[in-house]
Design a protein around this ligand. Structure first.
Ligand code: PFF
Length: 467
């Protein structure tokens, strides 16, 4: 990225990155599995206490260096430049995420097409693709989804390839024409669609009240031992931290932008959209007797689809609106995952944007294809007992993101000069507010992240059992 964003462009681009499938699929799922409201409260506290703190650290690295993550660490570190630049290679994590993330956006495309309800003629055993009209039969809906994932490589690849070209086309346009334009249109569109869906949900009285209670009336008895850690992980993923995205976008942050209020806006929008998604999903789930703790894709691709189908034509229209907004949300996030590595190749090797994207594209295409193949029955394979999809997800979210978050906190908290930060922050945040952030940055946030990491490899509950 070389040119600067416009003021609103920065907020929209980062909000576009933050708001994505994580809000629609991870957030409701984890809230459902962890008992609802108390988990939401924890997530809010951790988003502000740790996410916000590390977000500002990554923003400082980007803004002070105006470089890609690798060169940012290299340029800013007063010594051990090479060693610090390794922290910047967390951008590899973003390439891993975009590979499986594009596959999931492909699922959204399939369900978007299904929502038209005109695909009946494709049904039947000899149809080439598994596009189906939405069905109100839960078992059939589940069978369709399973068939799509495990048997129908062709449809999955078709959807993935469409998403792949769409995303790379947008990134190829660069910051002004591609990313900013996309976000300026897509973010408000998504928001309006969600408001409409929410208004519709509010009329489904019983379900809506159930969802409100589930999300907002805290019941701490429902929290399990490691909910805190799950909530922290979600805060990281959902704010796009730890893979170079925030550093990269902040390199194009205009000087005059009040990045404190911008960041607070971004966090607010991210939380708001997550909660709106949650309210919509849970209203339907409660209204039709679904299970709020049903895991993963089940919530939106099986339960919610079934519920849309029950509503007839109105349901089809709502489903169209829902999946297209999810598609927009996913694309703006995916675009933000590709930009850091592109920026690195341009800075370090003097490559043209097009050439950099061809290299990255080849890698993403191969990894994405392997994701599709590894979970399909005929071509399935595992690595370390996990599907390739899960390996990418695990390595990026559970290893790279938290490690890189700790690096950013330590780098900004202990390696960068405090005076440089004071000057950077002064127009927007000073005095006691700055000092509180600085203490959180140096001690509280890295410690919290270390706890998350340890728990990923050796559950703390097990460790406590030693004593
Ligand atoms: N924050 C995105 C979501 O919630 O879907 C996911 C994401 C985007 C992760 C960009 C990492 C990233 F660099």
């Amino acid at each position: 990225m070389s040119s600067k964003f416009s003021k609103i462009g920065f907020v929209l681009a980062v909000a576009g990155s933050a708001v994505g499938l994580g809000n629609a699929w991870k957030f409701p799922t984890l809230v459902g599995q962890n008992g609802g409201s108390a988990f939401v409260l924890l997530y809010l506290i951790l988003t502000l206490g740790v996410g916000f703190v590390i977000f500002l650290a990554e923003l400082s690295i980007g803004k002070l260096s105006e470089k890609d993550p690798v060169n940012a660490y290299k340029n800013l570190a007063p010594s051990h430049k090479k060693a610090w630049s390794i922290a910047g290679f967390s951008i590899i994590g973003a390439i891993m995420i975009v590979s499986f993330y594009s596959v999931v956006i492909g699922w959204v495309v399939k369900y978007f097409i299904d929502s038209f309800g005109i695909w009946g003629f494709l049904e039947g055993s000899n149809s080439l693709f598994s596009f189906r009209n939405l069905t109100s039969d839960l078992a059939l809906s589940e069978a369709n989804f399973t068939h799509f994932l495990s048997e129908d490589i062709l449809t999955q690849m078709l959807c993935f390839i469409f998403v792949f070209f769409f995303i790379f086309f947008v990134v190829s346009k660069g910051i002004k024409d591609g990313i900013e334009k996309l976000n300026v249109w897509m973010m408000p569109t998504l928001f309006i669609l969600l408001v409409l869906l929410l208004i519709y949900a509010a009329f489904i009285h019983e379900g809506f009240v159930g969802a409100l209670e589930f999300l907002f009336v805290p019941d701490f008895s429902k929290l399990s031992g490691d909910s805190v850690l799950i909530a922290l992980g979600l805060a990281f993923f959902s704010l796009s931290l730890g893979v170079g995205t925030i550093i990269t976008y902040s390199a194009s942050l205009p000087d005059s932008t009040n990045f404190i209020t911008s960041t607070l806006w971004i966090i607010f929008i991210n939380i708001l959209i997550g909660l709106m998604m949650g309210l919509i999903v849970f209203t339907f789930i409660f209204a039709y007797g679904g299970d709020p703790s049903a895991s993963g894709p089940g919530l939106i691709f099986i339960s919610l689809v079934t519920l849309f189908a029950k509503l007839g034509v109105v349901g089809n229209v709502l489903a169209l609106a829902f999946f297209i907004s999810l598609f927009f949300a996913g694309v703006t996030s995916a675009v933000s995952m590709i930009e850091p590595f592109t920026f690195y190749l341009i800075n370090s090797f003097g490559m043209s944007r097009k050439k950099a994207l061809v290299y990255i594209g080849i890698v993403v295409f191969i990894l994405g294809t392997l994701c599709v193949l590894s979970s399909a029955k005929a071509t399935s394979f595992t690595l370390f007992d996990k599907s390739f999809f899960d390996v990418l997800d695990f390595t990026s979210s559970n290893l790279i993101m938290p490690l890189s978050g700790i690096c950013a906190a330590i780098f900004v908290g202990f390696v960068l000069k405090k005076e440089a930060l004071i000057i950077l922050f002064k127009p927007f945040m000073s005095g006691i507010y700055f000092e509180i952030w600085y203490i959180f940055l140096r001690f509280i946030s890295p410690l919290a992240v270390v706890v998350v990491m340890i728990n990923n490899f050796y559950p703390i509950e097990k460790m406590l059992a030693w004593f």
